[in-house]
Write a new protein. Structure first.
Length: 271
């Protein structure tokens, strides 16, 4: 029996023609709609990012707390660290503090910036340990308890005595102060610590060739002699400080005797 293919309606041309038109029209409409949706989503995301960036970079540090500072005041630390146009921007400050090298500040070993809130920070300062300084080539060279030169400055810091009478050679920063007797630094450290505990500030400490100390406080000079009974000598000085107010001359405490319950000391007025 013979069958004619054209009667079934599945001719190759007819089938391809109808299927091609439907698929072409359907997929084109879908692509145009999908493209618009993607563009809207990207636009919204970009707008959100821009708003976030504006908000982040508009937040500024307004409140600064400082701790651990002795050589510098709070205002000085604040002006040294937040001195630029962007330095008070919270995001910029966080980035600089976390990922960049910290600023080099004289007499400051290190510092930390802790964020209490986006607008409030605490600056923790770690100062270099300084017990005294020597005058050298129109500068003051500051050294620590081990005699290491930690800093140089053209100014004398308040509360740090100038040590005179030491014989030394060429001074190099971050190297030991080259003196003949290294044990002198232990005596200097002990003396400055006792003075600090007694809240006595001196301008200069002179040492003679026998390592005997002499304190200079304005117009008053105090002869301490050797390092024996140092605590007792400084305690006596503290007790008679009020009697020395307004005077000019030399007080001799080198005769101090800890066994004497009623000591007297010689004071020679300056002519």
């Amino acid at each position: 029996m013979l069958f004619r293919r054209r009667g079934l309606g599945f001719g190759r041309r007819g089938f391809n023609f109808h299927f091609g038109r439907r698929s072409s029209s359907g997929f084109g409409m879908y692509n145009r709609r999908g493209g618009r949706k993607t563009g809207i989503i990207i636009g919204v995301i970009l707008a959100i990012l821009v708003i976030l960036l504006v908000l982040v970079f508009s937040i500024r540090i307004k409140d600064v707390e400082v701790s651990g500072n002795k050589q510098y005041t709070k205002e000085q630390i604040e002006s040294l660290l937040f001195d630029g146009k962007w330095s008070r921007n919270s995001a910029f400050c966080y980035y600089q503090n976390r990922f960049k090298e910290h600023k080099s500040i004289p007499f400051i070993e290190e510092y930390k910036i802790n964020f209490k809130s986006p607008t409030k920070v605490e600056v923790v300062v770690f100062e270099k340990s300084v017990v005294g300084c020597v005058s050298y080539m129109s500068s003051y060279m500051y050294f620590d308890k081990d005699g290491i030169i930690v800093e140089s400055s053209s100014e004398q810091l308040p509360g740090v005595p100038v040590i005179a009478g030491l014989e030394f050679g060429h001074i190099v920063l971050h190297q030991p102060l080259p003196v003949a007797d290294q044990d002198i630094f232990g005596e200097i450290l002990n003396l400055t610590q006792v003075l600090n505990v007694s809240d006595i500030q001196v301008d200069k400490i002179n040492y003679n060739s026998y390592n005997e100390a002499e304190l200079v406080m304005g117009d008053i000079t105090v002869e301490l002699g050797n390092s024996d009974s140092l605590d007792g000598k400084i305690a006596e000085l503290h007790d008679i400080m009020t009697e020395l107010t307004g005077l000019s001359g030399t007080l001799y405490l080198d005769t101090y005797d800890e066994t004497n319950s009623s000591p007297t000391y010689r004071f020679v007025k300056k002519n």
